[in-house]
Design a protein around this ligand. Sequence first.
Ligand code: G1P
Length: 289
Amino acid sequence: MKKVRKAVLPVAGFGTRFLPATKSSSKEMLPLVDKPLIHYAVKDAVDAGIEQIIFVTGRGKRAIEDYFDISFELEYHLKFQGKDELIEDIRKISDMADFVYMRQKEPKGLGHAILRAKDVVGDEPFAVILADDVIENDESGTKQLLDVFNRYHCSVVGLEEVPPSDVSKYGIVSGKEIENRVFKLDNFVEKPSPDEALSNMAIIGRYIFTSKIFDEIEKVKPGKKGEIQLTDAILSLSKQEVVYGKIMDGKRFDCGSKDGFLKATVEFALNDNEIKDEFKKYLRKVVEC
Ligand code: G1P
């Protein structure tokens, strides 16, 4: 089985839940303390040994390309100010991986976005990372799935148990536990109502796929919201090959919602050596009032 070297990061969405902030800038560039969400997503891949990042972008996403490029003017300015260590930090970002950009011209769904990367991925297994889902853990989310992939050589999706009231926000799966926290999956439904839900196991934004997923995406008809749903393609894939699910270790933040984004901001700030003491004092004071 070929090695997983590439990750596809769909970033073409409008980020409507963060309007008006996302009217003129990308949701993926919202920062948790001092790094944008997309930085954490790329790091999740790179920490799993991924070498190439394929962004599927859309209009108004230029900031992402600039972030992972060399900024000659900024480096020149920092050099002039004698801030050499900052130059090094900034340069490291563009050296994280090899970056490729594809465009998704129309918002036709997550499955449709992933399909845009078909020719660049080729006939290899690959990862998919949704930047909205930030996972805080010693071992990256993608690395956790890769460990399962390397044992079974089949597609693997990241899972989390969610409260019944939240099932309609996610792709929901069912299956049989074959080892601690690893499931052989047999059904997949995109955003069911609580009474349609197969279980409370939700797909979260980490996946490893065999390249066969592309054929399945090409075949599926528009589903929920009239979009080409990745979950529908995974269901179809599971009828040809085994698909596994792994309940992820660590803490996941849904940074696609205001509530999740603010919780992540607070927790990341409380883990930041430079600001945590002051910030903790401040939070105590605010909460007391
Ligand atoms: C997407 C997927 C869904 C998955 C979720 C994870 O939904 O369609 O199956 O559970 O990501 O965050 P979205 O959050 O883009 O609506």
